[in-house]
Design a protein around this ligand. Structure first.
Ligand code: ADP
Length: 516
């Protein structure tokens, strides 16, 4: 089985072209053969018709009670005639050929009869001279003829040495091939058989020449088709080659290459565009991944550096118990921060691979809001921010622990990025199919350009204004992953120096959990 598309196309091309040429050449040759033969036949028939007409001009048979005879007795005598015009012995029709046969006994000059057509035999001969026949014979061929009586006796033949076979014709006009000779058999008056023939060797030679020419032309056209087909198939698969070349250049280190689609045909361009957009997504995903790794390393480096430096400092020289205690507390904080970061990364990694498990149950979101408010009370007090909870009980099917994490994050952000004396309002409500919690603050707000990025991993609007306790920029990204896993949505609206509004919308029922 051939694996090359180009070769397969070529083989099909040759096969189809070959069959088409063969069919055309065959049909053409058959048509040519037929028309040549029919032309010959027409000319032979017209010659035979002349003979027939001549025979018909002869007077009707005698009314002496004898059965009509053909040829008339004594036919062919008197004038000596041209060779082959030798008269055959006359005999009544129906006597059969036995005994006499062709070239039988000649009637004597004394009883030279008048022909049955009422003309002297010489007249018949004269009529049967048929000069037009020679002139009208098939081009390039020497025509001949023979006239037989119903018993098969030759009345006339020209040239006389021409061998013409007698048969009883089944139809009034018949054609036959005798080697390279073509003959027409015409049933004439009185059941006479008129045979006119010609050697058609020149025509057959011409047909053979035509056939050869057709074969040569056919092979030539096929060869041209082969070359053209090869060129065409090469042109057709060139875009595919281009695609595979470009795809071959693309690797993890270089995902920026794209397939040039400008000069491609629409069919291939669609494929190339799909591949290009796939390369684009891969590129984006690789960039995100490497950025993520860099950010994660960067985030871990700070607490690690703190941990290392404090340890080294403590080990430099003997320290007091209080100093050691202080060092241990600092190391613990750094460790806790690293632990939190690693847990966040793990949560995101699980969410990315679709392995964020949701422990679903009926959850009262308002209850989660109240719990979060209690947890954040000291922070709110510290930052001088008031927390207000409005709305009624809203329940939905969700993972209480994870949704609680989202609400806590949104509310803690609202406190952190608020102004002193500001307010955080958390309202909850039911929509047709969703439970909604809105966290609104009166804080610094988010610049318009930064709004689309706040859910990106490790994104911080402004490093300087980030939480002092070490906001890693993963909080909102994790919130988004959790909400996505619940098939819900998390939206943000914000105005600089006015405040931000985060809307959490969760489906009441988790009929289509995105993560199991
Ligand atoms: P972080 O842990 O640094 O707070 P988040 O993912 O929670 O990270 O938030 C990303 C960034 O979005 C923050 O650095 C902060 O600049 C901005 N942000 C989040 N919530 C608010 C808010 N309520 N008001 C203003 N800015 C906010």
């Amino acid at each position: 089985m051939i694996k090359s598309l180009r070769w397969r196309m070529q083989i099909w091309h040759v096969a189809i072209l070959g069959v088409a040429i063969a069919l055309f050449a065959t049909a053409f040759y058959i048509q040519l053969h037929r028309s040549t033969l029919s032309e010959i036949d027409l000319e032979l028939l017209s010659g035979a018709r002349v003979l027939e007409g001549t025979l018909r001009t002869l007077p009707p048979p005698r009314q002496d009670g004898e059965r009509p005879m053909f040829p008339p007795p004594g036919f062919g005598e008197g004038r000596g005639g041209p060779p082959g015009f030798e008269a055959r012995p006359s005999r009544p029709v129906g006597e059969g050929r036995g005994g006499e046969g062709r070239g039988g006994e000649r009637p004597g000059p004394g009883n030279r009869p008048r022909g049955m057509f009422g003309l002297p035999a010489g007249r018949i001969e004269a009529l049967l001279q048929l000069p037009p026949l020679s002139a009208r014979g098939p081009r390039g061929a020497a025509p001949y003829f023979a006239v037989f009586d119903p018993e098969g006796r030759t009345i006339r033949a020209e040239p006389s040495d021409q061998q013409v076979e007698w048969v009883v014709p089944r139809r009034s006009i018949e054609y036959r091939n005798q080697g390279t000779q073509r003959e027409v058999l015409l049933r004439g008056p009185g059941d006479a058989l008129i045979v006119v023939g010609a050697d058609i060797r020149p025509q057959l030679d011409r047909l053979r020449a035509w056939l050869l020419q057709l074969i040569v032309t056919g092979v030539g056209v096929l060869a041209m088709g082969l070359v053209g087909g090869w060129w065409l198939s090469g042109k057709t698969i060139r875009p595919i080659q281009q695609i595979s070349d470009t795809a071959g250049q693309i690797n993890a280190a270089n995902l920026s290459a794209r397939i040039p689609t400008e000069r491609m045909d629409s069919e291939v361009r669609t494929l190339a565009s799909i591949l290009n957009s796939m390369f684009g997504r891969l590129d984006q995903s690789f960039k995100q991944q490497s950025q993520f790794t860099a950010d994660a390393s960067h985030e871990l480096r700070t607490p690690l550096a703190v941990l290392m430096s404090h340890c080294e400092l403590a080990l430099n020289r003997p320290r007091s118990t209080e100093e050691y205690k202080q060092t241990i507390v600092t190391c613990q904080k750094a460790g806790a921060r690293m632990k939190m970061l690693v847990e966040d990364l793990l949560t995101l990694a699980r969410a990315d691979s679709g392995k964020l498990e949701l422990d679903r149950s009926l959850v009262d979101l308002q209850l989660l809001v109240r719990d979060a408010a209690i947890q954040l009370a000291s922070l709110a007090e510290e930052r001088n921010v008031e927390i207000e909870i409005v709305g009624s009980t809203v329940t939905c099917e969700a993972d209480a622990r994870r949704v609680s994490q989202v609400i806590l994050n949104l509310m803690s952000n609202a406190i952190y990025y608020n102004r002193a004396g500001g307010k955080v309002t958390v309202s909850s409500a039911m929509e047709t199919n969703h439970a909604v919690v809105v966290v609104q603050d009166t804080g610094v707000g988010i610049p318009h350009a930064a709004v689309p990025h706040v859910f990106d991993r490790f994104y911080r609007v402004d490093e300087a204004r980030s939480r002092q306790s070490g906001g890693s920029g993963l909080g909102l990204a994790i919130c988004k992953s959790i909400v996505d896993a619940h098939a819900g949505e998390l939206l943000v609206q914000s105005e600089l120096n006015v405040g931000s509004r985060f809307t959490l919308r969760l489906p009441i029922s988790l009929r289509h959990p995105s993560v199991t």
